[in-house]
Design a protein around this ligand. Structure first.
Ligand code: NAD
Length: 468
């Protein structure tokens, strides 16, 4: 697919907006039919999708692709099909006594045309869940997938072209320049998923048009482990969260905060857990994913080198392949907060371990840094858990596990502060991409209508009544 020009982008948006205004908002039947069409087309191309993902990553587990991209995508479409009717219903609101017998209600209106910008790490689902949300909300959409996953982006283009006319949904391709021109378009809403740095640019461009944004960004998501908790249980679940897609997951556990007395136990259990997940090694494995490209492979090796040079203990858990960008899991002990690995989102299979003496130290460590996209707590001590949750602010939380909050279709998903603005998934996605229009129908008579000229004693009586 050739990259688009800014003039093309404006043309597509104008066509979509004109079509939206001409046809009016789609009804429930239409939205459900469009969602079913999207799901059917995805399932029809299931094998090709998984192959495209493999082509883009060089090495990506086909089964993992089905588990982490296709299942959450299809399940979230199913959820929208089942619930969109309920979300669309006007919601009756309270009318105070002196406005009786009036009626008030809220209608969720589609906003019009939504611009969607997607990243490379889960290039299919992070493009198509936002698209399905836009459709459920009754909108038209323009979608720009990542330039770093050309095979999957082309597949997304084919899926959309096969089922939707361009004035309903259009896919445009290109890199940062196209992204910049795209986010400068006067959309009715922009849903961006990607890095915090680019998210700021998108917010800036959108502000010029007063376009509302939902920004799904990244960050360093901590794991806090309660003293004395079963390290085997923790290690299994942290390893799963860290090694899925080789750590190239926005909500991957980024680093671990463990009590100083448990550090050795955690390190031992983590190595055992990693081995259990990948007994056959990593290079040419059908269960393990490569780092997307040379840039990120070198960046990750740079983080490891920097930690080593500054006195950390680096434990490599297998062989790598520079040629195919396969990086085996790495555990880093004796980590100092100043090290590069603690300065940026890792986005790879590298796990730094830091220690704390008491829970307040762990809380202070988290609060001294940008608000994380996800927070993980392992422990059975309810008081400590509640204290951590009350005293920190982050995106979603999973307790005694990792990643799984993401696939709870009825939970909003989104960050806060540096990790994002707004949320989607479930009802919150529908709300984000619709306008809450309040409607008031005035009754034949109500006390407020008496407050009009000519004013007199009766007006004063009513005014005094309402000022109580
Ligand atoms: P990125 O920000 O580099 O790119 C994301 C998208 O923005 C791409 O389509 C890119 O072409 C486009 N883009 C680039 N420059 C642009 C500009 N100036 N204006 C508008 N668009 C522009 O992110 P990435 O490297 O593709 O993805 C990794 C990042 O995304 C990580 O930080 C990760 O945590 C985050 N992420 C967040 C979520 C989430 O749901 N919160 C999910 C996945 C990834």
């Amino acid at each position: 697919m050739p990259d688009v020009t800014p003039a093309d982008l404006h043309h597509i948006l104008d066509r979509q907006r004109a079509a939206f205004l001409h046809a009016g908002p789609p009804g429930l039947k239409q939205r459900r039919a469009d969602l079913r069409l999207l799901k059917a087309e995805i399932l029809k191309r299931r094998i090709d999708i998984v192959r495209a993902l493999k082509t883009d990553f060089g090495q990506r587990s086909e089964r993992e692709s089905a588990i982490v991209e296709l299942i959450p995508l299809v399940q979230s479409i199913n959820y929208m099909i089942a619930h969109v009717g309920c979300w669309m219903k006007p919601e009756r609101r309270h009318v105070s006594a002196y406005f009786q017998c009036g009626r008030a209600w809220v209608v969720r209106q589609p906003v019009g045309v939504v611009g969607i910008i997607a990243p490379w790490n889960y290039p299919l689902s992070l493009a198509l869940v936002p698209l399905a949300t836009a459709i459920a909300a009754g909108n038209r959409a323009m979608l720009k997938p990542s330039e770093f996953t050309p095979a999957t982006s082309a597949m997304i283009g084919e899926i959309v072209q096969a089922i939707f006319p361009p004035e309903q949904v259009s896919v445009v391709t290109g890199g940062g320049e196209v992204g910049a021109a795209f986010s400068a378009l006067p959309f009715d809403h922009i849903l961006f998923t990607g890095s915090t740095a680019v998210g700021k640019k998108v917010a800036e461009a959108a502000a010029r048009n007063l376009t509302p944004v939902t920004l799904e960004l990244g960050g360093k998501s901590p794991v806090v482990i309660e003293p004395g908790f079963s390290m085997r249980r923790v290690a299994d679940r942290v390893a799963f969260g860290k090694l899925t897609n080789a750590g190239q997951t926005c909500i991957a556990p980024d680093y671990v905060l463990v009590h100083e007395n448990d550090r050795e136990a955690f390190a031992t259990a983590y190595q055992a857990a990693v081995k259990k997940l990948h007994p056959g090694g990593y290079v040419a494995s059908s269960d393990y994913t490569a780092i997307l490209n040379q840039h990120h492979y070198e960046r990750l090796n740079g983080l490891i080198r920097d930690a080593e040079e500054h006195g950390a203990q680096v434990i490599r858990m297998g062989s790598d392949s520079a040629a195919s960008h396969v990086l085996a899991p790495v555990l880093i002990l004796n980590v100092k907060p100043e090290m590069a690995v603690m300065q940026e989102e890792i986005f790879g299979p590298v796990l730094p371990v830091l220690t704390y003496g008491n829970l307040d130290e762990a809380i202070a460590f988290i609060n001294a840094r940008p608000r994380p996209l996800a927070l993980y707590y392992f422990g059975d001590n309810r008081a400590d858990r509640d204290r951590l949750l009350k005293r920190t602010v982050s995106g979603n939380v999973t307790i005694n596990g990792t990643l799984m909050h993401y696939v709870q279709d009825d939970l909003p998903f989104g960050g806060v502060g540096d990790s994002g603005i707004g949320a989607y998934h479930g009802k919150e996605g529908f709300m984000a991409l619709t306008h809450a229009r309040g409607v008031y129908r005035q009754g034949r008579f109500n006390a407020a209508t008496l407050l009009k000229p000519p004013f007199g004693k009766f007006t004063d009586t009513i005014t005094n009544l309402l000022l109580r």
